[in-house]
Design a protein around this ligand. Structure first.
Ligand code: UD1
Ligand code: MG
Length: 450
């Protein structure tokens, strides 16, 4: 769509969150509220994308600094209408539509925003308000309509009469204005319980000026669920999670206990995979088909290939290929690549290492900054000693080698192909291909004294 601009109001103190962070930076499914809105509106490619900042502006500005956003500042938090006034320098002479959104309605869809702009154009209204019908009206502005069904005014909870409080149509906090906005905005007065300049009062003023004001009802009221408190944030999180899990179930993924897993909105999971209770799948995860993810496993920003099994393990920033087994109780860390048929088990940790096909690190090992070839067996308790206190060094273990239990590989060090290292060795020099290395003190047997 062309010829429209977007304003996101994010200057409020978010007092009800009881936080030192601005509300816009509180995370929903790992993503700050402001980013949900920015991502949704960016898809529509507005002429201007303006964010109004105020309380703790620096947090939001730092976070959004790389993007194509114009920031304006509201020095004193005198209300949502006053926040919008701060965009005057950029938008006063702008002739297109102006879409205004609160920062706390993260689930709004870009298609709904498009309908709102289209409605404003089609009806020739100076403003169109996106409204919703819901039983759960507490805290929202109520939509008061005249006998002819036209939108008359928006009354805030604190200013509403008992009968107005019964109204089930609420203001979503999302509006589309045309250039007449400024005629109304500059006339706002803080005549209300909170003594603030309310954006919602533009409706009455535009009508008094003889301008048309319209509204459209959002089909799914969940889309405009506002977040003012941490309780609401948690509820929206649950809504989002339930929606995601249902989508996965429809797509052929099994989730054994829907109420007892956390799956991020952006997770991709293939058919016939099974997610058991207690699993936490954070952002940036893609899991293939026929996988089993079990028992308090945490996975973030990682790819898991088809037919892999993850048991009670912590995986972050890793690539795990097909038919891999991880766990129980393994830690696969940043920069790790586990190739097909690899097995990492029982209290082993892998960091920044490539472990090639069919290799095994089954018990109590640490493999860091390493390249491990195919068909390697790393025995219980083996450690790659990769850190000299200042820098990290690399260990190379080539294909077919056997590393006995409790071996220390003092990096940098290389073990050639099909080499054999005896249990309990501390390896400080390279081991050539096909050789046997042993580096441990000889056992002595002595008579017991006394
Ligand atoms: C607002 C609406 C209400 C609507 C609800 C939908 C007003 C007066 N009321 O109420 O009708 O039903 O949203 O969720 O707008 N802000 C500023 N500067 C300020 C004050 C607020 O930038 O001085 C921003 C906030 O950061 C927020 C938005 O304006 O993004 C709305 O403020 P909020 O306090 O959340 O208003 P609600 O009480 O939810
Ligand atoms: Mg709000």
């Amino acid at each position: 769509m062309e010829n429209f601009s977007v304003v996101i109001l994010a200057a409020g103190t978010g007092k009800r969150m009881k936080s030192s962070l601005p509300k816009a930076m509180h995370k929903l499914s790992g993503k700050p509220l402001i980013k949900w809105i920015v991502d949704t509106v960016s898809v529509l490619r507005p002429d201007n994308l303006i964010v109004v900042l105020g309380w703790r502006a620096e947090f939001i500005e730092d976070f959004l600094s790389d993007s194509n956003i114009k920031f304006v500042y509201q020095k004193e938090q005198l209300g949502s209408g006053h926040a919008l006034m701060q965009t005057e320098k950029i938008l006063r002479d702008y002739k297109g539509d102006i879409l205004v959104l609160n920062t706390d309605v993260p689930l709004i869809k870009s298609s709904t925003l498009l309908s709102l702009i289209e409605n404003n154009r089609k009806t020739g209204a100076s403003a169109t308000v996106l409204v919703a019908q819901t039983e759960n009206t507490f805290g929202y502005g109520r939509i008061v309509v005249k006998n002819d069904g036209c939108l008359e005014k928006i009354v805030e909870e604190k200013d509403a009469t008992p009968s107005e409080k019964q109204i089930k149509t609420i203001n979503s906090g999302i509006y589309c204005f045309n250039e007449n906005l400024w005629k109304a905005l500059l006339k706002l007065k803080p005549n209300n319980a909170k003594k603030e300049y309310y954006i919602t009062d533009t409706v009455v003023i535009l009508r008094q000026l003889g301008k048309k004001v319209s509204s459209i009802i959002v089909e799914d009221s969940c889309e405009v669920k506002g977040i003012n408190t941490r309780i609401e944030l948690s509820r929206v999180e649950s809504m989002l999670r339930e929606k995601k899990i249902k989508e996965l179930l429809y797509d052929g993924v099994s989730v054994v206990d829907m109420d007892n897993v956390y799956i991020s909105y952006d997770a991709k999971i293939g058919m016939d995979s099974i997610i058991y209770p207690g699993v936490f799948i954070d952002t940036g995860v893609s899991i293939g088909k026929n996988c089993t993810i079990k028992g308090n496993s945490y996975i973030k920003n990682s790819k898991i290939g088809d037919a892999s099994t993850i048991l009670y393990s912590y995986i972050e920033d890793a690539i795990i290929n097909e038919k891999v087994e991880v766990g129980p109780f393994s830690h696969i860390r940043q920069g790790s690549v586990l190739k097909e048929n690899v097995r990492i088990g029982n209290f082993s940790e892998v960091k920044k290492s490539i472990i090639s096909e069919n290799s095994k690190v089954n018990h109590l090992s640490y493999v860091g900054n390493s390249q491990v070839g195919k068909d390697v067996n790393i025995g219980a308790g083996t450690i790659t000693c990769n850190f000299d206190g200042i820098v990290k060094h690399e260990t190379v273990i080539s294909s077919g080698s056997f590393i006995g239990s409790n071996v220390n590989l003092i990096a940098p060090v290389e073990v050639g192909e099909n080499a054999f290292i005896a249990a309990g060795s501390t390896i400080t020099r390279n081991v050539p291909s096909g050789k046997f290395a042993i580096a441990r003190a000889k056992q002595e047997i002595k008579e017991r004294e006394g």
